[in-house]
Design a protein around this ligand. Structure first.
Ligand code: BG6
Length: 435
């Protein structure tokens, strides 16, 4: 265990105590016969350490192994809790399926062994402090919710930009692409938290019910409109953080003819009373100029442009929720520049976690793993919402595959994606707002 570095903030004796609790067993997880050894090992740890029969399985394996492992756990009867008050839970990493059919197959396989309340489909975005704070921001404050709707909001933009490339994950990324890797899970979860109705109680069922209603209200994009509502891009060589970087097609394990997207932008609508006709723009990409994940809530113009002739940009108020880095919120509004002439300029009121609170934010995984041990599924994706998210995403993937005229637009690494992503908004007179 000396191979692991001591976790920050732990004293030596705490670290020793922690590492003395770690054990491992090497086994071929595809071989059903091996699970009796796992069972014996768990039984002896349970007896020796007073674990109370609680077992958490965490599947961070290649996704193709999820089904066989779950089946083997069931056959070995490792899925059922033993003893009163004991629990057995299973965390399943993303990707949960690669399309609707495979996600349904996997869900059915998992639920043929475990019950839904034992299953924790992890999405690390839900564990981020700033993402959780979305609900507090919206529902613990009386001032934002009354304007959080189509009457006041013009559009909402969710951006997850990364300056990194695919980081030696060529084989995975070739199969996944940005729509599967970032949008189907992380960004749709963020969208659901931004759009959902207030739950009656803050518990797993109520919060996830409300999120599911948002997923159900997402307007499907018909195949013939996929070109109008989605933009795909792929990075070429360019300069990021002052360094020359390879094009996607030159990365290890990537086909030189690859059509996998490393950037995607979408225009979505949520067909319900709160959000009817408000466009939601989502974009995510690799090798963009910076790492920045944020939500921009763009308010409508003032009904009357009293200060017309001045910068029309100031007619827009916005709230920017910075998920990372520089975690915080800012409210942007126009103000008069001091002086005898009437000159209006946008300014921001800013809240930053690092100045308001001391100490580093808790890592998403730390929070999520602890929640699982405590039996709290609130920040985990429920089976039905994963299914509904795939119902939206799969037809887009199919249309991209079958429409020969559907383009993967190139963009130089270090830029904000292909210009077509700007047109997605500009055709309605809007533009992407930076954080
Ligand atoms: C992962 C994706 O789920 O999320 C990666 O597979 C991506 O491609 C990562 O880089 C982004 O996570 P974060 O927390 O750095 O925004």
């Amino acid at each position: 265990m000396r191979r692991f570095g001591k976790l920050d903030g732990l004293k030596n004796d705490e670290w020793e105590r922690f590492t003395s609790c770690l054990h491992y067993l090497t086994a071929d997880s595809s071989d059903a016969g091996e699970y009796s050894r796992v069972k014996e090992s768990l039984a002896s740890l349970n007896a020796g350490r007073g674990i109370g029969g609680n077992i958490l399985f965490y599947l961070a394996t290649p996704p193709s192994m999820y089904e066989p492992i779950v089946r083997n756990l069931g056959t070995a009867d490792l899925h059922a809790p033993r003893g009163s008050g004991a629990w057995v839970r299973i965390i399943i990493e993303k990707p949960f399926g690669i399309d609707l059919a495979s996600a349904r197959r996997l869900n059915a396989a998992v639920l043929s062994v475990f019950t839904e309340d034992q299953v924790y489909r992890i999405d690390h975005y839900l564990g981020k402090e700033t993402v959780q704070n979305l609900l507090v921001f919206r529902f613990a404050n009386g001032v934002f919710e009354p304007v959080w709707n189509r009457n006041y909001i013009d559009n909402i933009q969710i951006t997850a930009a990364e300056s990194v490339g695919i980081e030696n994950r060529g084989s995975y990324y070739e199969e996944a692409g940005t729509l599967r890797d970032m949008v189907q899970n992380h960004l749709l979860q963020v969208l659901a938290l931004t759009a959902m109705e207030p739950p009656v109680l803050f518990d797993a069922r109520q919060v996830r019910d409300e999120k599911q209603k948002v997923f159900q209200a997402l307007r499907p994009i018909p195949p013939e409109q996929v070109r109008e509502y989605t933009v795909r891009g792929q990075y070429e060589a360019g300069i990021v953080d002052g360094k020359q970087v390879l094009p996607y097609r030159g990365e290890k394990d990537v086909s030189p003819e690859s059509r996998t997207e490393t950037f995607v932008a979408l225009k979505l609508f949520i067909d319900n009373w709160r959000w009817a006709d408000v466009p939601w723009f989502i974009r995510s990409g690799k090798r963009l100029p910076e790492r920045a994940t944020n939500i921009v809530v763009q308010f409508k113009r003032t009904p009357h442009l009293l200060f017309a002739g001045l910068d029309p940009g100031i007619a827009y108020n916005s709230i920017v929720i910075r998920i990372q880095p520089d975690e915080g919120f800012s409210l942007r509004f126009g103000t008069k520049v001091p002086g005898s002439s009437l000159h209006v300029q946008p300014v921001s009121m800013d809240f930053r976690y690092d100045t308001a609170f001391r100490g580093a934010l808790v890592e998403a995984y730390t929070r999520l793993l602890l929640d699982c041990m405590l039996g709290d599924q609130t920040l985990y994706a429920r089976g039905d919402s994963v299914d509904t998210a795939w119902t939206l995403i799969t037809p887009i993937l199919e249309a991209w595959k079958t429409d020969p005229a559907s383009n993967v637009f190139p963009y130089p690494a270090g830029t904000w994606g292909p210009p077509q992503a700007d047109l997605l908004l500009e055709t309605d007179g809007r533009r992407w707002r930076s954080g």
